[in-house]
Write a protein that binds this ligand. Structure first.
Ligand SMILES: [Zn+2]
Length: 688
């Protein structure tokens, strides 16, 4: 073995300790990150297995290597199991099959595209100028093998081997698993998959919607919600890669990649570079099934379409806030995902911004910026066969969608018009600048009080059940089937704001969309539907019902706990449901009351707020909106002290319910991880 040279010039404290602990033959060079993530690499334990993939599902291999001071990394290769006994392959669909040995030499011969080197060390890569995160030694490299996949089931060992300039080898080992789908009992039975994602919809939000919409008599629900009527159910563990409490990005993407993402990240694993679009990727369910079977993708939300949940069906980025790049990627990589329907709010990302500035506000509402757009490095473009991207704030993205064959609906009337000459092949609907107005305010407008939707500037927005019906009509034109994600987004957003009346109606709107989906599945027996949430939000609990009448509630707005009827005093709140499916009023005698266990400070009146609380995503938020729950009702409400900082309630780590209907639904039972859902969906949709 070549004798290595000890670092002389720069030895940090941590480096000294590592050297001392490892003994005289030790060297300080190390692999500080190995992707995909594994416990074998992190702790030396072979279990639990962290990264799991479908046969042929693509993912990036990546390592961060810190050579000794004064040394550089000259070459590297990744190997899976034994190099010679497991010739892992690129997917056949790419038209190329390389034995791993060939790929090793290929990588070491063309080091630059796959290597991110700190600019200070003399090497640079990629058009975007790959920069490392702060705190790493200047000669650190991040090396990648893009779009790897294998069809061999079982647990595999991943090894990175690198050679530094003095000839010393640096290695690290991890593991991952490839699922064996051969034993799958539902193989190929689900041509269509519909995921109804109630953002923030825990058991409380579901129960409250049932009590409000269906009513109880002598302890029994008079009838069930559509989401309650599905025959199979699970409890889902919702944690992300880096926390027990997830945000909506991993909360969604874990369902459709089979792998844990870190908070704020979508379709990628964490890395050590600053570029938010160069992270190691993992293939989505939509991409896998589009490549394998030609399925279409539909994404429907009441949020802004750039938001974490819709983006986590198709977009690869480590920064969920990069709206311009996210909406561009929806269109530019549609050949990978089969995107055929995109509906929700978010027009602000699609309108051209001629100045690349939003301060002062772009007059047309555009928030397109170069700062949150992307240009991909060469190795991502080549490995994944995706568009490079462009920094183009002045892009007319609606026009580009239309040029790509999408019918465009700017409002509910436009949604009807899009079907006037038959069902369109592709559909884009953008019904607001950012998040759409909530059901509470859309229904008020349809009943004649349009003050809120008028103040937002979008008086004619569709309800989610209408959007769902349109989406399913378009998607079902593809005889190869589809994957659809339909999101009730503001169950979460209004729970954050502790606006009880608004999130309850969001849950009702969501259930009406689920009823549309269920009717579709009953007519199309090859459709699998799941209804679940990415996480619970706000620690909501149904604590009882008001002991006061609606009139008394209005007269004594700071009554606080004195009017909370608990146990027997709660009785059974009785809402009158109008023909449109929503309560005539949420302000009834003995109304249902909610407490929050993950709350910031607020002033509680137990009354519906006239205007929704301020949505900071809106380019033109109405002046009538209270700024936040800390000041909302400050003069008339009862002060409730919170347990969390800030002015909003937060997500919780509590398991969420999942209900399932259709072929493959019987696989959803017991307590499961959110990543398990991916493999159950894929098992129902594929044959191997
Ligand atoms: Zn949330």
């Amino acid at each position: 073995m070549r004798r290595r040279q000890l670092p002389s010039a720069v030895v940090s404290g941590a480096l000294s300790i590592a050297l001392a602990a490892a003994g005289s033959s030790a060297f300080a060079s190390k692999v500080s990150r190995l992707t995909p993530p594994s416990e074998l690499f992190a702790s030396g334990s072979a279990k639990p297995l962290i990264a799991r993939f479908l046969p042929g599902q693509r993912f990036d291999l990546q390592a961060t290597i810190q050579p000794d001071a004064g040394q550089t990394i000259d070459s590297f290769y990744f190997s899976v199991d034994d190099d010679t006994t497991n010739p892992a392959q690129y997917r056949p669909s790419a038209g190329v099959t390389y034995p791993l040995a060939d790929r090793m030499s290929m990588v070491s011969e063309s080091a630059s595209p796959a290597t991110c080197v700190d600019g200070g060390s003399g090497k640079t890569t990629g058009k975007s100028g790959c920069k490392l995160a702060a705190g790493l030694p200047g000669n650190t490299v991040v090396v990648s093998q893009r779009a790897y996949s294998t069809f061999t089931p079982g647990v595999h060992t991943l090894k990175i081997t690198a050679t530094q300039s003095d000839g010393t080898k640096v290695t690290a080992t991890g593991n991952f698993e490839v699922f064996d789908l051969k034993t799958n009992g539902n193989a190929g039975a689900a041509k269509n998959i519909i995921i109804f994602l109630g953002d923030g919809m825990g058991a409380t939000q579901r129960t409250a919607a049932r009590i409000m919409a269906r009513g109880y008599a002598q302890g029994k629900a008079k009838s069930l919600l559509a989401m309650d009527s599905f025959p199979y159910s699970s409890m889902v563990m919702t944690s992300s890669l880096n926390s027990i409490v997830t945000d909506s990005a991993p909360g969604m993407q874990n369902y459709v990649t089979g792998n844990k993402a870190a908070n704020n990240q979508e379709g990628v694993f964490p890395d050590d570079t600053l570029d938010a679009f160069d992270n190691p990727r993992v293939e989505y369910l939509s991409e896998y099934l589009h490549n394998l079977q030609g399925k279409s993708l539909g994404v429907v939300t009441t949020a802004d379409v750039f938001d974490a949940t819709p983006a986590s069906m198709a977009i690869h980025t480590s920064a969920r806030g990069n709206g311009t790049g996210i909406v561009d990627q929806f269109l530019d990589d549609r050949s990978q995902t089969g995107l055929a329907v995109l509906m929700g709010g978010g027009r602000k990302w699609f309108l051209p911004n001629q100045s690349d500035s939003i301060s002062p506000q772009a007059a047309n509402g555009s928030q397109r910026r170069t700062a949150n757009d992307y240009v991909l490095p060469d190795d991502v473009v080549a490995g994944w066969n995706v568009a490079r991207g462009k920094l183009d704030p002045s892009r007319d993205l609606i026009g580009d969608f239309q040029a790509a064959g999408f019918a465009y609906a700017p409002n509910n009337a436009g949604l009807t018009d899009a079907f006037s000459h038959g069902v369109p092949n592709k559909l884009l609907g953008l019904f607001a600048y950012s998040n759409m107005n909530v059901a509470f305010d859309k229904i008020a407008a349809r009943r004649g009080n349009s003050a809120v939707v008028d103040a937002f500037g979008f008086p004619d927005q569709p309800m989610l059940d209408e959007m769902t019906d349109a989406a399913l009509k378009v998607l079902s034109k593809n005889r190869n089937g589809f994957v659809a994600m339909i999101e009730g987004a503001s169950i979460d957003k209004q729970a954050h704001l502790m606006d009880t009346d608004r999130w309850m109606l969001e849950a009702l709107e969501f259930d009406r969309a689920i009823a549309v989906g269920k009717a579709f599945a009953e007519a199309h027996g090859d459709t699998l539907i799941i209804v679940t949430a990415d996480h619970e939000c706000s620690g909501a609990a149904i604590i009882g019902a008001a002991t006061a009448s609606a009139t008394d509630l209005q007269a004594h707005q700071n009554a606080g706990p004195s009017i909370v009827g608990t146990y027997d005093a709660a009785k059974f709140p009785k809402y009158t449901i109008a023909a449109d499916g929503y309560p005539v009023s949420t302000l009834i005698d003995g109304k249902m009351l909610i407490g929050y266990g993950a709350n910031a400070d607020r002033y509680e009146t137990w009354l519906p707020s006239t205007f929704p609380t301020k949505d900071t995503q809106q380019p033109f938020p109405p002046a009538q909106s209270p700024a936040d729950p800390n000041v909302r009702n400050k003069d008339i409400g009862y002060f409730i002290s919170g347990q969390v900082a800030g002015d909003q309630a937060v997500h919780t780590a509590t398991d969420v319910p999942l209900t399932a209907f259709g072929p493959g639904a019987d696989a959803f039972n017991g307590v499961i991880d959110n990543t398990d859902v991916f493999f159950k969906l894929a098992a129902a949709a594929t044959t191997h």
